[in-house]
Design a protein around this ligand. Structure first.
Ligand SMILES: [Zn+2]
Length: 80
């Protein structure tokens, strides 16, 4: 699994919601390209039972609900 990977979801207004793992900071960050809302999901020690890639994957799954809610509800136009 690449540490550079970004997962993008598209909001109803066409903005991208991006999920990016940051192994150096042990956190997965999700941010909305429409409004300025974001969500950080820290990789807790418990997640490392299955190794670092598992921790990253688990944190990503935890951000998914937030990401999908953003994608469905955010009507802010894409920035930039
Ligand atoms: Zn938004």
């Amino acid at each position: 699994m690449s540490t550079e990977s970004k997962i993008q979801y598209v909001t109803v207004a066409g903005a991208h919601v991006t999920v990016t793992p940051h192994p150096d900071e042990k956190v997965t960050k999700a941010s909305c390209g429409g409004c300025s809302q974001y969500e950080n999901e820290a990789w807790h020690l418990d997640y490392f039972r299955g190794g670092e890639s598992y921790a990253a994957q688990y944190a990503e799954e935890l951000t998914r609900e937030w990401v999908q809610a953003r994608a469905e509800k955010c009507r802010a136009l894409p920035r930039g």
